[in-house]
Design a protein around this ligand. Structure first.
Ligand code: MRU
Length: 352
């Protein structure tokens, strides 16, 4: 199943409201650019590739509903969230296609669908390349189960199909390999505990949810064979912005000599930025996401205050893992190291 599709009326975009998972499966309708902006900002949809695809459909809806303000609507969609570069990439690809087209609405419709299909194919290829890495580890371990740690949710919910970080896991499972996934809960919004665990349990993949701080301990005790995470924006030099806490996992992996891979489609490379720590914009979200925890109380989804009433909280949503801590990238064109030279070897046509 895809997490986004256009309804038969061609005027309504259907999405899964990810805020309600795993407790409720709710499909929401987006009919205007405002609906799309709200869905991205309030994280009905989230994850870099899905943000891009939703934005592409948002541009299509903007053209349907307010053709005269189309360019301004694109700018508003583009500003919905700051870190995932797929948003800017998708809006700019849609704008270029539409501005050059005779039949603008039909072009917008086809281009948004093409972006969704392309991202799905990218994920499938990422799965095929990542499978080789898992197979190598399995052979080295003499057929013992391969333990993979992941952070946040870079699954099909975040990416149209298969996911990025999860694509090699799905491929390995389909190939009959014995794998087990350590799932970081990923505070504050718990995308790991809520979404990755939900996806893996639906697929019948063995997994265990752990607290965000448990990974280092597991690595020290030989319980993690590799780490695979997604990313929201990666510089052409190999610095990786991903969900807050990813950097600490990369440090622990380095200290324990555990391979740390980042899976991404080429739409997540930022060909304009050299220094990720200095220049990638890091989203700061509402501190209430830290102050409250969402869960199911037995009858309904509730938010529970966990801080003293007056304690301030801060909510940095992403961090940047420097290229030196990254073993390699799993992309739709194969695997490369986290260096400008090797990234450009796979994507020689890419420029700012
Ligand atoms: O704030 P989110 O849930 O949109 O952040 C998502 C992540 O950080 C994912 O790990 C990342 O986007 C990769 S999604 C393939």
């Amino acid at each position: 199943m895809r997490p986004i599709w256009l309804d038969k009326d061609c005027k309504t975009v259907k999405i899964i409201d990810q805020r309600r998972l795993p407790h409720e499966f709710v499909i929401a309708d987006l009919k205007t650019a405002d609906d799309v902006i709200r869905a991205i900002q309030e994280m009905y949809v989230r994850g870099a590739p899905l943000i891009g695809v939703t934005a592409a459909y948002g541009v299509y809806l903007a053209l349907l509903n307010s053709p005269d303000n189309f360019v301004q609507e694109c700018d508003r969609i583009n500003a919905a969230r700051p870190t995932a570069v797929n948003l800017t990439w998708a809006v700019s690809r849609m704008k270029t296609a539409i501005l050059n087209a005779a039949d603008k609405v039909e072009t917008a419709h086809n281009e948004a669908a093409a972006i969704a299909d392309w991202e799905a194919l990218n994920c499938k290829k990422i799965g095929e390349y990542g499978l080789i890495l898992i197979e190598n580890i399995r052979q080295k371990k003499g057929n013992k189960p391969v333990n993979i740690l992941t952070h946040c949710n870079a699954g099909w919910l975040a990416c149209v199909e298969y996911g990025t970080a999860t694509a090699p896991m799905y491929a390995a499972h389909e190939a009959g390999m014995d794998i087990h996934i350590w799932v970081d809960e990923t505070r504050p919004l718990n995308q790991g505990a809520r979404l990755t665990a939900w996806e893996l349990s639906k697929a019948g993949i063995k997994h265990t949810v752990i607290t965000d701080n448990a990974g280092g301990h597991l690595m020290q005790h030989g319980m993690v064979d590799m780490v695979i995470v997604g990313t929201d924006r990666t510089t052409y030099t190999g610095d990786v912005a991903n969900k807050i806490g990813t950097y600490l996992k990369a440090l622990a992996a380095k200290d324990n000599d555990i391979p740390f891979y980042v899976a991404l489609p080429s739409s997540t490379f930022d060909w304009t930025l050299r220094d990720g720590v200095a220049d990638i914009p890091i989203e700061e979200r509402n501190p209430d996401e830290v102050r409250y925890v969402q869960g199911h109380d037995g009858t309904k989804i509730s938010n529970i205050l966990i801080l003293p009433q007056n304690s301030p909280a801060a909510n940095y949503a992403f961090d940047v893992t420097p290229a030196r801590l990254v073993t390699g990238f799993i992309t739709e064109r194969g695997i490369c190291t986290a260096t400008e030279q090797d990234i450009r070897r796979l994507f020689p046509e890419s420029e700012a």
